[in-house]
Design a protein around this ligand. Structure first.
Ligand code: C5P
Length: 404
């Protein structure tokens, strides 16, 4: 037996869904791979599978209540959160996802989640309508933004006999995700990564700006990926509502391109890798009014714009040996040729191309489809994936490129 999870501490959270019967199989697989597993169940989960089965398989009493009723013994979710190298919640019902996304800590499982210091994965399982409901989608995207890894539900026959998306991923797939998580290399230990992300807001007056639809999702996904591989990350972020979850990411918040340029310039030499994923405005108003501009008596207005600095091009022109620089390219036509031109003109090592023509790619979506080109003339197109998975592909490509 390979024992790929030997010595790992896994908290397996089980919630009240029909798929809970599969959790016994999952637990068995974890144990077979050498993991130590502590099961935490919601009260509803016990209606679907008995704690006796799970404690027999894990070799540990199942935790479900805050106290053991007859002895008054308190179960510490804080200790459990510290003990765990990973928390896997499978199945995760709509109700538990909602509680996790909103911090409603009314059972042992959600309190343990809130105390978890390490990575958390959820494998949702529910009926197709619930899975497709706006509230479940909202909760899943909140959790994804909080750094929780979502193991997507699959399509197939559901307990209701309806057919659609909502089946929990099979235990074997969940096991593979867990193994992948633990075998992820800490291959960026000792490296510092600078990354520009989000839009820029070019101020017109104190309350108005010229901006764009970038959200910073792709950039923060890359930042999280680098941090989870051991890098220190400096995120030079335009206005965005996303907050990173990994403490190895330092955010320098900026508003306009000029400010972003200055933040990059002052960190330029200190970073081994630079990723320029920000959607930087090409122009800014020449003057910023210091009071809100009034419309009274003004029928027409001309805003004079001046060129912003090209941050990536500046960095490419002032790079040190040993630095690796990656740009992004959002093209509508002649995509590949333009991306390659950009790579050369800006003196970058790699360009990540996405086209707005691809459905599910671009601003604000949770998915992206990219082609990665490098200065060695190589190019590779990846299928549509979640931005987190795309981030892994991008960082894998960077690390492969650095190895030469
Ligand atoms: O030339 P274009 O705007 O298409 O290039 C896109 C790439 O250059 C992206 O990596 C973007 O972050 C970067 N860029 C920049 N500063 C600018 C314009 C673009 O860093 N002023």
């Amino acid at each position: 037996m390979s024992q790929l999870l030997k010595g790992k501490h896994i908290v397996l959270g089980i919630t009240g869904g029909i798929a809970a019967y599969k959790s016994a199989m999952l637990l068995r697989l974890f144990v077979k791979e050498g993991a130590e597993v502590q099961v935490v169940m919601t009260p509803a989960a016990k209606e679907f599978i008995t704690p006796v089965t799970l404690s027999a398989l894990s070799g540990k009493p199942v935790v479900s209540e805050f106290f053991t009723a007859n002895t008054g013994e308190w179960h510490s979710h804080v200790d459990l959160g510290l003990w765990a190298d990973l928390m896997v919640i499978a199945p995760a019902t709509a109700s538990t996802l909602g509680k996790m996304a909103n911090g409603i800590a009314d059972n042992m499982l959600v309190t343990t989640y809130l105390s978890a210091k390490e990575h958390v994965m959820v494998a949702p399982a529910m009926d197709l309508d619930m899975y497709a409901s706006p509230s479940t989608k909202r909760n899943l995207s909140t959790l994804a933004a909080d750094g929780v890894e979502i193991i997507e539900a699959k399509s197939g026959e559901l307990a209701s006999h309806l057919v659609g998306k909502g089946r929990m991923a099979e235990p074997e797939e969940i096991l593979q995700r867990v193994i992948a998580y633990f075998s992820k290399e800490r291959d960026m230990e000792g490296l510092t990564v600078g990354i520009t992300l989000g839009p820029t807001h070019e101020m017109i007056d104190p309350v108005r700006f010229i901006g764009n639809y970038s959200t910073g999702k792709m950039g923060f996904a890359i930042a999280e990926e680098c941090a989870s591989r051991g890098a220190k990350v400096i995120a030079v972020a335009g206005p965005t509502s996303i907050k990173p979850s990994n403490p190895a990411i330092t955010v320098e918040s900026v508003t306009g391109a000029t400010e972003m340029f200055e933040a990059v310039e002052s960190n330029l030499a200190g970073c081994d890798i630079w990723v320029f994923s920000a959607a930087v405005a090409d122009y800014r108003p020449e003057y910023v009014a210091d009071h809100k501009i009034k419309r009274e008596g003004v029928d027409e207005m001309t805003l004079r714009l001046v060129r912003n600095p090209d941050i990536a091009a500046y960095a490419g022109a002032h790079r040190d040996q040993g630095q690796t620089m990656i740009g992004f390219s959002l093209e509508t036509d002649n995509a590949l040729a333009n991306a390659r031109k950009k790579l050369e003109k800006k003196n970058l090592d790699m360009v990540v191309l996405n086209t707005l023509a691809d459905e599910g790619a671009g601003f604000g979506t949770d998915t992206n489809k990219v082609t990665i080109l490098n200065s060695r003339g190589e190019e590779k197109t990846f299928p549509l994936k979640s931005k987190r998975e795309v981030a892994t592909d991008i960082v894998d490509s960077i690390m492969r490129y650095r190895k030469g």
